[in-house]
Every structure is written in structure tokens, then in C-alpha cells.
Design a protein around this ligand. Structure first.
Ligand code: NAI
Length: 271
């Protein structure tokens, strides 16, 4: 089956990156958001990120406008086009909310199209039970999508997008977050217990382990709410206390200090 029309539900951190990559590779993209304000924000981000690629001479001005021209703006999941060949859900990490979206999509979109979730940690099997389980995949992109090379799970399509696919069985957190999130959570515990400052924790991991970015900077980048949701899914999924979220992480999310997107997390950012 040839994939031409791709609908992406949610144009936040991940959704706008996924839309960017598909549109850049020549797919027709329908970007579905809750309101026109959110849509405009997503398009502005994509445009800014395309500008960066133009500046770095990765693409031309022409390619930028063609890419933007391939993105249709759609308000409301109920308006997702029926002729979508692939629908990728990228709304916030909440099992019930995602299940609601997939149940709604099931009645809207052609029966032979493929459904995918970009969830970081929720069981793909569980999400697929409310819709076409035989045409449902996990497609876990990495943030920022236009830059990062990896996508977990699906094979053929990922190769067209210039990503390296890896196959993973459906376990909580798959591979990436099962390993990454406990590391981030442990870094937060180290900060919480006063072992070292946020800067120094990050420096140890950058200089000592050759990580390109420290775990606390990465947590800010991912979004602390997303990190907390993933830890909770791991904790519930494995029933193992080693996955309990650090109280400091919970407290920061409660205070709406979510990292880059709110201007403050473990570090401060210009809004
Ligand atoms: P986000 O909070 O930045 O974006 C979610 C977007 O979905 C928002 O723009 C919101 O307006 C929209 N939305 C919510 N309900 C909607 C609805 N009913 N219809 C249409 N749009 C709706 O979240 P983010 O970070 O992009 O995460 C999305 C998914 O990707 C989550 O499942 C997350 O776990 C996963 N993920 C996140 C990564 C990250 O680094 N942030 C990395 C890999 C996966």
C-alpha cells in the first residue's frame, strides 16, 4: 500500500516535528489541532525550524515553501480526512485521552489506513484494542524530530523518511525510555538529595560519559510533564518501585515548571 496522505493529531513538540519531516519528504500532511491558535503556533514553529535548515543550507527557500505548502491545517479530530493513509497520534501522554482519539478516528477514517501512536511509553497493544488492531503500530520518534535519526518500531516507512528503524516488542517504555527515563529520574534524585548542583550533574554526564547533553538539560528539553508521565507508566507497567518518580520531579510539574516550554525547569530559558 502506498502512503500519500498522512494525518498527524496534535501539533505540539512532537507533532509539529513529525509534520515537518513528512511534508519535507513530499507527503501530503494534515495537521490536526484543537484550535486555530494551536495550529498557527505549530506552523510558526515548523517555519522557524525550516528557516534554520535554510540557513544551514540543508534546504533551499523553495523547498521551505513547498514543505509548508504540503501541510493542511485542520481544527478538530472530527475533521480528520477519511482518505488518510496513515494517522499518527501525537497528543499528550495520557492513556484515556489517546484511547478516546483512536475510538473517534476508527469511525472516521477509511478502514484500510494505518493508525500509529507516537506514545513514549503507553502499551501499543492496549491502545490498539479500541480500533483496527491489525493495522496499528507504534512509531516512536525522537525529539527534535527533524534532527534525530532514530524511530522505534516500524520498518519500511521509516526508511523513506531517512530514519533508522529498530524493532522493539511492546513493553512499557520500549527501549529508549526504559533506559533513558530512569537515568533522568536518578539525576533528579541526585539533585533532590543535594549530591551536586544541576550544572555539575550535567557536566559529569557530558564530560564523563560523553553524552551530548546532560540529563537535566535533556529533561527540560523533553518536558518535565512528559518525563513524569513516562515514569508513571513504567512504574505501573512493571509494578517495580525502582521506577518511582522523584518527588522533586512531581513538585516541579505541579508548579508548572515544565522545562523549555514554560521557560523554567532545572534551568531557565528565554520564552
Ligand atoms: P505537547 O504537549 O507538546 O503536544 C501535544 C499537542 O496535542 C498540543 O499541541 C495539544 O494542543 C494537542 N492536542 C491535545 N489534545 C488534542 C486533540 N484532542 N486533538 C488535537 N490535538 C490535541 O506533547 P509532546 O511532547 O509533543 O508529546 C506528544 C506525544 O509524543 C506524547 O505521547 C509523548 O509521550 C510523546 N513523545 C514525546 C517526546 C518529547 O521529547 N516531548 C519524545 C517522544 C515521544
Amino acid at each position: 500500500m502506498e502512503i500519500k496522505n498522512v494525518s498527524i493529531i496534535g501539533g505540539g513538540t512532537m507533532g509539529n516535528g513529525i509534520a515537518h519531516v513528512f511534508a519535507q519528504k513530499g507527503f501530503n500532511v494534515n495537521l490536526v489541532e484543537m484550535s486555530s491558535n494551536y495550529l498557527e503556533r505549530a506552523i510558526a514553529t515548523i517555519s522557524k525550524n525550516l528557516d534554520r535548515q535554510v540557513k544551514k543550507q540543508v534546504i533551499t527557500e523553495d523547498e521551505k515553501s513547498q514543505t509548508l505548502g504540503r501541510i493542511n491545517k485542520i481544527v478538530g479530530v472530527e475533521n480528520t480526512p477519511a482518505d488518510s493513509d496513515l494517522v499518527i497520534e501525537a497528543i499528550y501522554e495520557d492513556r484515556d485521552a489517546k484511547i478516546k482519539i483512536f475510538s473517534e478516528l476508527e469511525n472516521l477514517v477509511n478502514k484500510n489506513s494505518i493508525f500509529a501512536s507516537n506514545t513514549s511509553s503507553i502499551s501499543i497493544t492496549e491502545l490498539s484494542t479500541v480500533c483496527r488492531a491489525d493495522r496499528f503500530i507504534g512509531m516512536h520518534f525522537m525529539n527534535p524530530v527533524p534532527v534525530m535519526k532514530l524511530v522505534e518500531i516500524i520498518k519500511e516507512l521509516s526508511v523513506t523518511l531517512g530514519k533508522t528503524p529498530v524493532e522493539v516488542f511492546d513493553y512499557p517504555g520500549f527501549i529508549s525510555n526504559r533506559i533513558l527515563m530512569p537515568m533522568i529520574n536518578e539525576a533528579i534524585f541526585a539533585l533532590f538529595e543535594g549530591v551536586a548542583s544541576a550544572e555539575d550533574i550535567d557536566t559529569v554526564m557530558k564530560l564523563g560519559m560523553n553524552h551530548p547533553m546532560g540529563p537535566l538539560t535533556l529533561a527540560d528539553f523533553i518536558g518535565l510533564d512528559v518525563c513524569l508521565s513516562i515514569m508513571n507508566v513504567l512504574y505501573e507497567g512493571f509494578n517495580d518501585s525502582k521506577y518511582r518518580a522523584c518527588p522533586l520531579l512531581k513538585k516541579m510539574v505541579a508548579a508548572n515548571k515544565l522545562g523549555r516550554k514554560t521557560g523554567e525547569g532545572f534551568f531557565e530559558y528565554e520564552k
